[in-house]
Design a protein around this ligand. Structure first.
Ligand SMILES: *[C@@H]1O[C@H](CO)[C@@H](O)[C@H](O)[C@H]1NC(C)=O
Ligand SMILES: *[C@@H]1O[C@H](CO)[C@@H](O)[C@H](O)[C@H]1NC(C)=O
Ligand SMILES: *[C@@H]1O[C@H](CO)[C@@H](O)[C@H](O)[C@H]1NC(C)=O
Ligand SMILES: *[C@@H]1O[C@H](CO)[C@@H](O)[C@H](O)[C@H]1NC(C)=O
Ligand SMILES: *[C@@H]1O[C@H](CO)[C@@H](O)[C@H](O)[C@H]1NC(C)=O
Length: 540
């Protein structure tokens, strides 16, 4: 498919037909998995108070989506909350089906008492991800869970099968319920420091991971929290990094790993110590006070509880540690992943950039309220989702290129931010952070190559520092304080895609935008809503 633009039109058309026909068959052959999710509130005792959280089938965190490349996933979501609901599949690319993305720019929310059926394919993807309820600050109340996509059986995984495979959802947590948190933001305030760190929805010593001495385990770690970078480590055990959000990495041992909010990693841990119990720690990195989430690695033949001091992580606030670690994480070019050809087959570093975008984050006060903005526009969601307005040609909902490619020095304002991307264009995106707070940026529908991190303000000479060979491809990247991060991607996935801050309050208060990628050759595939599409606003 990638070579198609170079083929004569007729050949291209024939190829296209063959691909489309064979794709239909592939889809028909691919397995189907059905899920029924009942979303309700439950009360849980956490951090010393009983709190109302959002559960799925009474589970908090929600059930895991355990699937294999190209499986079709069908989830019937019943909303038994007292407010609208949408789920987003953080990092799942939903090829050619942005309609399942579950953010306010693409979907009308599922109203209380109603249900909606999500249907998507984990197409050409492997790896570790998570899902969460994307609106109304619901992630601060739970409504999240792990996603794992296994390699197809014919494609070798670049390490021996682990003895077991554990999901480890780490995240900062507020003792206030999400309605109270929302009231703070709606009133123009900011959320203060969180109250603690949970591991798999449990406070300190609430989660145990059982291992047998001598065996090796895979831990799939995702930071599902609201904003804090967490450092993850296990007393007396090394972490062998093997995967980042769908890229198999060059396997390197770390004592600890910084996981920024919204990111996922897989590590292998070998139970190579004398029998015992060991502390697992996820501690906040850049805010004070330092908050510790604590769980336990339990050897089956252990006779004693974990003891000694908690394992030490990098010094609080030490940005250089994180910078250096980020630069050391590289893709394994020869490992196979979702497709039969190795990961390194796509030579992103040789492709000419067709457009450079610079997204500057800022924290303006607009109409006396705290907001967050990209290129001086603080996004607000119209009542009619952008994708619906696009599909049904409803005028005056949004304007293409309503956000500039780089800041123009205008005064900050509320707006509806949509950027138009040409199908198959090759983008370089610079996330420029001139604030003193670390940023975490996510793009739906894509994984991008994170080619560089650097201090200060990005300039064209910063390109000389890019990794154009073996950068990891992922969907969420951090941007250090007073620094930039550069990513590259090919716009090969049509749809209306959300680009957002993974820091919950920033996203809620406008630090997001949409990228519209339209393929004029296949408008019906890319633009046609599913039969069960929900309608709202001016779409009916
Ligand atoms: C969901 O759970 C609620 C509360 O337990 C229950 O009343 C309701 O019938 C359930 N709905 C479905 C569709 O299972
Ligand atoms: C990269 O993947 C190959 C193929 O699976 C594997 O043999 C090799 O050990 C991996 N290299 C590193 C550095 O992880
Ligand atoms: C949320 O917390 C506030 C403040 O503690 C409390 O007044 C309110 O009742 C709580 N809401 C629910 C539904 O528990
Ligand atoms: C961090 O690294 C930069 C550049 O290498 C250096 O100038 C700075 O002194 C370092 N800061 C600390 C606290 O080590
Ligand atoms: C990239 O651009 C250069 C200079 O314009 C051109 O010579 C080269 O063929 C282009 N490369 C690709 C892969 O299109």
């Amino acid at each position: 498919m990638r070579m198609m633009s170079k083929a004569p039109a007729l050949v291209a058309l024939v190829l296209l037909l063959i691909v489309q026909v064979s794709m239909q068959y592939v889809q028909a052959d691919d397995a189907y998995q059905f899920f029924n999710w009942n979303v309700t509130y439950i009360n849980v005792a956490l951090l010393g108070v009983t709190q109302r959280v959002i559960a799925i089938n009474k589970q908090f965190p929600g059930p895991e989506l355990d699937t294999t490349t190209n499986n079709n996933i069908i989830i019937n979501v019943h909303n038994n909350l007292d407010e609208p609901l949408l789920f987003t599949w953080n990092g799942i690319q939903q090829r050619k089906s942005a309609w399942q993305d579950g953010v306010l720019g693409t979907n009308c929310p599922i109203l209380p008492g109603k249900n909606w059926i999500y249907q998507f394919q984990a197409k050409d993807q492997i790896g570790t991800y998570f899902y969460y309820a994307s609106t109304s600050l619901q992630r601060a109340a739970g409504a999240f869970g792990g996603i794992r996509i296994h390699n197809r059986i014919v494609i070798a995984v670049p390490f021996l099968p682990p003895a077991d495979d554990y999901t480890v959802l780490i995240g900062d947590w507020y003792a206030k319920n999400h309605s109270s948190l929302r009231a703070i933001l709606d009133g123009g305030g900011q959320l203060g420091a969180p109250d603690g760190v949970l591991i798999n929805g449990r406070a300190a010593f609430g989660s145990f991971f059982s291992v047998q001495q001598g065996k090796t385990y895979r831990l799939r770690i995702s930071n599902v929290g609201t904003g804090s970078t967490l450092n993850f480590r296990i007393q007396n055990h090394k972490l062998l990094l093997v995967e980042t959000e769908g890229s198999y990495t060059q396997q390197v041992f770390y004592d600890s790993i910084d996981v920024h909010v919204g990111q996922s990693y897989s590590v292998l841990v070998t139970a190579n110590q004398a029998p015992g119990d060991f502390y697992i720690v996820a501690s906040s990195r850049f805010g004070l006070p330092v908050l510790n989430g604590i769980a336990v690695l339990h050897y089956s033949n252990s006779r004693a509880p974990a003891s000694g001091p908690l394992p030490a992580g990098p010094a609080p606030g030490d940005v250089n540690f994180s910078f250096n670690q980020a630069r050391s994480i590289k893709r394994n070019l020869t490992a196979g992943a979702a497709r039969p050809n190795p990961q390194g087959t796509f030579h992103y570093g040789l492709i000419n950039i067709t457009r450079t975008l610079k997204f500057f984050n800022s924290a303006p006060v607009i109409y006396h309220k705290q907001r967050f903005a990209v290129n001086d526009i603080s996004h607000i969601n119209p009542d009619t989702p952008l994708a619906l307005a696009d599909a049904f040609n409803i005028p005056n909902i949004f304007h293409l290129n309503s956000i500039p490619d780089s800041p123009q020095g205008r005064s900050p304002a509320l707006g509806i931010s949509v950027i138009n991307g040409a199908y198959r264009a090759f983008f370089e995106v610079i996330f420029q952070n001139n604030e003193n707070k670390l940023q975490s940026w996510h793009m739906d529908g894509y994984s991008f190559f994170v080619v560089g991190y650097g201090p200060g303000t990005w300039t064209t000479t910063s390109r000389q520092t890019y990794n154009l060979l073996d950068a990891v491809s992922r969907s969420t990247t951090q941007v250090y304080p007073q620094s930039w991060t550069a990513v590259m991607l090919e716009l090969d996935n049509p749809g209306m895609w959300n680009i957002r801050s993974q820091t919950l309050q920033r996203q809620y208060l406008g630090q997001e935008l949409y990228l519209r990628v339209f393929n004029p050759e296949m408008p019906s595939i890319t633009q046609k809503p599913p039969q069960n599409v929900l309608k709202c606003g001016k779409a009916f």
